[in-house]
Design a binder for this molecule. Structure first.
Ligand code: PEP
Length: 255
């Protein structure tokens, strides 16, 4: 089963609107109209509009880093899918380990957001992954299973074409430590098996599963050549147009 590679940049709390527009223009001019790999950039909320304008006409797509599962109302500090659609955001990162850790997001809340984003035509990138303690206690596959199935409660097979999963071992995020390709493939393979079991092979085999955690041009090729690694969710290396576009190029070369 061939799946289109998917490279997404998570800018986290970096880049002003001005800086974001500059970085987005550089990426858009390199990627141009080449849509052989799905390329998504996810700036901060304040930079979304400027970045959206900067990538217009290119194959680069826009994503957000979060949303709130309500249409509008008294939810101070939050943002709705409709507001994201208005600036042409197509994707949203949900359940990132930083949101789980610093903002106490549970699987149930992440699940609410996943369902609401799907109902409101924003494609969720559902992040899951174990901490170092959990890996050392041999709990990785159990943790990943709980987060995956918890995030997908009530999501129908017919909606899974819009869902992207990102496996991000927490101990590898922003640390420079990367899961070896073999370690990553083992988890990706188990995620695929869970998706196949829940939704049937025809659906599960089509879902893109990204790896995230200190992915950079130097280690991308080996990771992306693993059977069930269909792209990357990139933090640090997404903040520079050359390293990000080198990752896009690695995905283009991947088998
Ligand atoms: C991330 O935060 O999603 C991430 C993978 O970060 P980094 O690439 O910096 O490890």
């Amino acid at each position: 089963m061939s799946r289109k590679y998917f490279i997404a940049g998570n800018w986290k709390m970096n880049k002003t609107p001005e800086e974001g527009a500059k970085l987005a223009s550089e990426i858009a001019s390199i990627v141009s109209k080449d849509a052989s790999v799905d390329v998504v950039i996810c700036p901060t909320f304040t930079a979304l509009d400027r970045v959206s304008q900067a990538i217009e006409g290119s194959a680069v797509k826009l994503g957000a880093q979060n949303l709130y599962p309500k249409t509008s109302g008294a939810y101070t500090g939050e943002i709705s899918p409709e507001m994201l659609r208005e600036v042409f955001a197509k994707f949203v990162i949900l359940g990132h380990s930083e949101r789980r850790e610093y903002f106490g997001e549970s699987d149930a809340f992440v699940n609410e957001k996943v369902k609401f984003s799907l109902e409101n035509l924003i494609n969720p990138i559902l992040c899951i992954g174990e901490t170092l303690e959990q890996r050392e206690a041999d709990e990785t596959l159990e943790v990943v299973k709980t987060q995956l199935l918890g995030g997908l409660v009530g999501v129908e097979a017919s909606q899974m074409g819009s869902v992207v999963v990102a496996y991000e071992p927490v101990w590898a995020i922003g640390t420079g430590k990367t899961a070896t390709p073999k370690m990553a493939q083992e988890v990706h393979g188990s995620i695929r098996a869970l998706l196949n079991e829940k939704y049937g092979d025809a659906v599960g085999e089509k879902v893109r599963i990204l790896y995230g955690g200190s992915m950079k041009p130097a280690n991308a090729e080996e990771l992306l050549s693993q059977k069930d690694i269909d792209g990357g969710l990139i933090g640090g290396a997404a903040l520079d147009s050359n390293s990000f576009c080198d990752l896009v190029a690695a995905a283009k070369r991947a088998p």
